[in-house]
Design a protein around this ligand. Structure first.
Ligand code: COA
Length: 374
């Protein structure tokens, strides 16, 4: 009997979706390098690829794009719910509850997932997130614009103005890079629920709940908080050394699978730099701090295989695109929902309920003593 703490190195299924080479820092979706997809593809095309296993032809692509666009609006029930939420709620809790309402409205079963429920989830996540962001800012929500791509429309609904080409490309790339990552904690959580043949929405809620944690999708928020706390490039080395000597973690660093630089962080760094140079001011200052944290972090942690991960520079990218830090994990979720669905579809095709074991270490045969005699 061997307990693999955190299920480290345990395989739970075969997959043809995503391959990570953690030693060489490579990532492939359906066999395509993440570098090629980030450079040449967009959210819609990569989403189709991840879900259906092949790049769409022009007819399939246009059809998919059209159905995503047609499904962006949210129901009156959801709008009412979002208006009723208090302004200081955790945005991931809001998203989780909104998906629960969508599930109530649609009432589907996991073993009969329709193309429409898939499209509904993928297309409505950004609308829900942007709607709540606008309400939180005391601004009118912005209705989706069918002329815009998925990524541009997301930014448009958040900021109320059409994004520049650079912003739009950065958002597309960031969403591609967050779309799937093999058997991460949130994907596994959604599979556990799906494997009981519960419904699609319940499985996605499990994914959101797991992604919320600071050791997973919440790390982007923590990374930006850290850059702000450091405040100046000159404070970086002292800050990192104090953290490490107190056995605290550098957020946005380290990964269960990558023992080298995360390729997603490498790509995001170029966009973070580009946006920081364009926007200047606070964003440039935070970028410079991040770059120094990277240098010092690698100096002390690199020999142990601990390098920047996806959440390190995505924090700067999301911030410069107009998202408040507490919303970063919801942007992550808006991309990862495609990956959760693809893994659910793959798993339930040859379903087996996920039911591991726990090794019992307690006593047996204890004598029950009535309450009044204890
Ligand atoms: C991602 C993460 C949870 C992976 O965890 P894991 O594979 O279980 O690895 P462990 O937590 O067992 O860490 C192994 C060792 O590396 C150290 N380590 C890992 N990540 C570290 C970090 N970010 N900063 C400092 N030390 C770190 C641990 O302290 C541990 O040291 P020890 O062996 O002396 O106790 C972990 O790297 C982490 O907490 N990172 C920060 C949060 C983050 O950025 N999460 C987003 C991931 S995409």
């Amino acid at each position: 009997m061997e307990i693999k703490k955190g299920l480290e190195d345990v395989y739970v299924k075969e997959t043809e979706i995503t391959y990570i080479d953690g030693e060489l820092g490579r990532l492939y979706y359906r066999g395509y390098s993440i570098y090629d997809l980030a450079e040449f593809s967009n959210f819609e095309e990569t989403s189709y690829l991840i879900l259906y296993g092949k790049l769409p032809n022009i007819f399939e692509y246009e059809n998919f794009v059209r159905s995503l666009k047609e499904s962006r609006s949210i129901s009156n029930g959801l709008r009412e719910f979002l208006k009723s939420v208090k302004k200081d709620a955790n945005p991931m809790d809001v998203l989780r509850t909104a998906v629960s309402i969508m599930g109530l409205e649609e009432n589907t079963h996991v073993y009969s997932i329709s193309d429409q429920s898939i499209v509904n989830l993928i297309s409505k996540f950004p609308t829900i997130v942007a709607y709540y962001i606008r309400l939180k800012r005391d601004l009118e929500p912005v209705e989706p614009d069918p002329e815009l791509s998925h990524a541009s429309n997301f930014l448009y609904m958040v900021n109320g103005s059409k994004p520049s080409e650079e912003e739009s490309k950065a958002m597309d790339v960031a969403m591609i890079l967050h779309m799937d990552h093999e058997m991460n904690a949130s994907t596994f959580a959604s599979l556990v629920v799906a494997s009981t043949l519960s419904d699609l929405y319940s499985s996605i809620i499990a994914g959101i709940s797991a992604l919320k944690g600071p050791l997973h999708g919440g790390a982007n928020y923590e990374a930006l908080k850290m850059f702000r706390e450091i405040g100046d490039v000159d404070n970086v080395e002292k800050y990192i050394l104090t953290k490490l000597s107190n056995k605290q973690r550098i957020m946005g660093f380290g990964h269960r699978v990558y023992k080298t630089y995360d390729p997603r962080a490498r790509i995001l760094k170029t966009y973070a730099k580009l946006l920081a140079e364009k926007k200047g001011g606070e964003i440039k200052k935070l970028y410079d701090i991040a770059e120094k944290v990277e240098e010092i972090g690698i100096k002390y942690l690199g020999s142990r295989g601990i390098y920047p991960n996806v959440d390190f520079y995505s924090s700067i990218v999301f911030y410069s695109l107009g998202f408040e830090p507490e919303f970063f994990p919801t942007v992550f979720a808006s991309a990862r929902v495609t990956g959760w669905i693809a893994h659910i579809l793959e798993y339930v095709k040859d379903n087996k309920i996920i039911r591991p074991k726990a090794y019992y270490k307690g006593e047996v045969g204890r004598k029950y003593i009535p309450l009044d005699s204890r």
